[in-house]
Design a protein around this ligand. Structure first.
Ligand SMILES: [Zn+2]
Length: 108
């Protein structure tokens, strides 16, 4: 199990996946770092059959946009490529340095 790092505004509690120098909501400069929960729900998804050439050996694969329970959206890949469904709960299982976050269907 892996966790992504998130950043939270200490003034308005808005969360971000990338560190900014200030909060885009309230322009406060004080952001705190925290570990995102690895659990989220599929917000949208698509299965890729005609990929960019660097991924040509990986098709088909399923790209998902996950709404993490901390309230931010993360793009990743779903291991069970035929099980994507909007609203399905998924778990971040791996952070691949080339391909980014890898998710599995959450069964716990
Ligand atoms: Zn803020």
């Amino acid at each position: 199990m892996h966790n992504l790092t998130g950043y939270k505004c200490i003034s308005c509690n808005k969360v971000f996946t990338q560190h900014n120098n200030y909060c885009v909501e309230c322009v406060t400069t004080e952001l705190t770092e925290f570990e995102l929960s690895p659990v989220g729900n599929i917000h949208s998804w698509t299965t890729i059959h005609i990929p960019p050439s660097r991924y040509k050996d990986d098709i088909p694969y399923t790209v998902i946009l996950v709404e993490m329970i901390d309230g931010i959206k993360v793009m990743g890949l779903l291991k069970e490529i035929n099980e994507a469904k909007v609203g399905k709960k998924v778990l971040l299982t791996e952070l691949d340095k080339d391909r980014g976050p890898l998710f599995s269907v959450y069964t716990g």
